[in-house]
Design a protein around this ligand. Structure first.
Ligand SMILES: [Zn+2]
Length: 79
């Protein structure tokens, strides 16, 4: 396929993507910032969200606030 046109939104690296939903995880560490600035330092992470991660993913990269928050942002029927 031709690779000519501008593709603006793929600037997130692998480690900046949520392993659960693929959206930007907003991880400060992945952006080269101090871990203390990461949203996860002040947010409450749903342990069940972490359980959904494959073992190989755990500790490798952050999930995003939407997936990590204790209250799911949207219902997920068919789980
Ligand atoms: Zn996510």
């Amino acid at each position: 396929m031709p690779a000519g046109t501008a593709s603006g939104t793929d600037s997130d690296t692998w480690e900046q993507q949520c392993p659960l939903c693929g959206q930007s995880n907003g991880c400060a560490v992945a952006q080269g910032l101090p871990a203390a600035q990461c949203w996860c330092m002040t947010a409450e992470i749903d342990p069940q969200a972490l359980q959904r991660l494959a073992p190989a993913e755990r500790g490798q990269r952050c999930i995003c606030p939407a997936c990590g928050r204790a209250e799911p942002a949207q219902p997920n029927p068919g789980d």
